[in-house]
Design a binder for this molecule. Sequence first.
Ligand SMILES: Nc1ncnc2c1ncn2[C@@H]1O[C@H](COP(=O)(O)OP(=O)(O)OP(=O)(O)O)[C@@H](O)[C@H]1O
Ligand SMILES: [Mg+2]
Length: 405
Amino acid sequence: MPRWERWEQFKRQIFTRRRYPKPTMSEPVVKSAATIKNLTPSAVKTSPLAVSGVRPAVKKFSHNSEYKQILNRLKVDFEKKYNNVKASSGNGLQDYDVLKTLGTGAFGVVKLIRRKNTEEYFALKILSKEKIVRHKQLQHTANEKRILQSVEFPFLVNMECCFKDNSYIYLVMPFVCGGEMFALLRKSKRFGEEQAKFYGAQVALAIEYLHHMNLIYRDLKPENILIDMKGYVKITDFGFCKLIRDRTWTLCGTPEYLAPEIIQSRGYGKSVDWWSFGILLYEMAAGYTPFYTNSSDHMVLFEKICKGKFRFPAGFGGDLKHLIQNILHADLTRRFGNLKNGANDIKQHIWFRGTNWIGLMNMEVSAPFIPKISGPGDASQFDIYDEQDLKIASKCMFIKEFADF
Ligand SMILES: Nc1ncnc2c1ncn2[C@@H]1O[C@H](COP(=O)(O)OP(=O)(O)OP(=O)(O)O)[C@@H](O)[C@H]1O
Ligand SMILES: [Mg+2]
C-alpha cells in the first residue's frame, strides 16, 4: 500500500498516551507510545476474589500433570463462563465508597473503591457509554466485559461483578496494589535479567493460556501489567482482547508494540502477541523499546518495525539476545511462539532454563521485588491524578446499545 494511503488509514485512529509522557530515563529517551483504537465503522476490532488482587491459593496446580491437561481443564471452565454471559450482576455504585483514581484511559477511568459492607478494596473501571458509542467501541467493550468475566488464571485480572447506570458501564476487578510495571521499570531504568525472567515467564504463561482459550490480547505493554502485593504479575485491560477463530484485521494496539503484520494491514492472529512479548522482553531488559525513534511521526516508527532492524545495548546476555531475535521475526514461519511447538519454543528456550513453571503458577517462587504496601487499600504505588466527579445523566442513555450489559 502506498505510504500516503497508509497514513490516511492511521489518521483515523485515536491515540492515548503511555502513562508517563516524559520517562525519567537516560539515553535514549523513550518516546511516549499510545494505544490505538480503530475508529473505522467497519472495525472489527471462583473462587472468591481476595483483597489486593491476590487470590487465595485455593487451586494448586499439580507438578505432575501434563501442562496441556491443565490448559484443557482451564478451557472447560473458560468456555462455561464465556457461553453463559451474565448481565450486570452487582447492585450499583451505592454499595461502594469511591476513593481515588488509579489510572485513566481513552474511554474512562479506573478508581480504587471499597465495598461498604465488607470493607474489601477493588478497582473499578468506569466507561462512558457516550464515548464508547461515539468512538464505535461497543463491540470491543462487549468483548472486554465478557472475557474479563470468563478468564481465570494466576497472572490475569478478572471481574468480580459489573453494573451500569444512566451514563456509565462499571467493571469491578480485584485491586492490584503494587502499581504498574511501567512505573517500576521507569524507576529502576531497566530490570536485571533475573527480574525480567521472573516477569517474562508469567507473561508467557498468560499468553499461552489466552491463546489456548482462542483469545488474542493485542495490547501487551508495561502499563497493562500490574504487580501484586507478592511481587507477581497481573495483566489488566482486556479492551482489545478478542476470541478469534482464524484471523482478524483491526488496526489496534500500541505503536511501539505493533507487529509488522498489523501495520501492513495483513490479516493476523495470535502471532502478534508473541511479537509484543519480544518487545516487552527487550523493554524490560533495556529500559526502552527496540524500534524506538525520536520522531513523533508514527510512520517513521512503523517503517522501522517493518524493516525489522534493531540493536541491543551493551550488557544484554547472549541467551536473551537469541530469544528476542527469534521472536522479533517479521517472517511468521520463523517467529518463536508461532511455530508448531507453540509457546514451548519460548518456555524451553535456554534463557528460561531452570524456571519452575508450576511453582510460579502456585506462587511458590520468591519474587525479586516486593512492593512496599502499608495495607490492602494502599494506592501509593499509583500516580496521583486530578479527581473528577462522575456526571450521571438524569435520563438513561443508549438503552438499546447497552441492553445486554
Ligand atoms: N485491577 C486493577 N488494579 C489496579 N489498577 C488497575 C487495575 N486495572 C487497571 N488499573 C489501572 O488503570 C489503568 C487504566 O486501566 P486500563 O488499561 O484497563 O484502561 P484503558 O482505558 O483500557 O487504558 P488505555 O486505553 O490507556 O490502554 C491501568 O494502566 C492501571 O494503572
Ligand atoms: Mg491500558
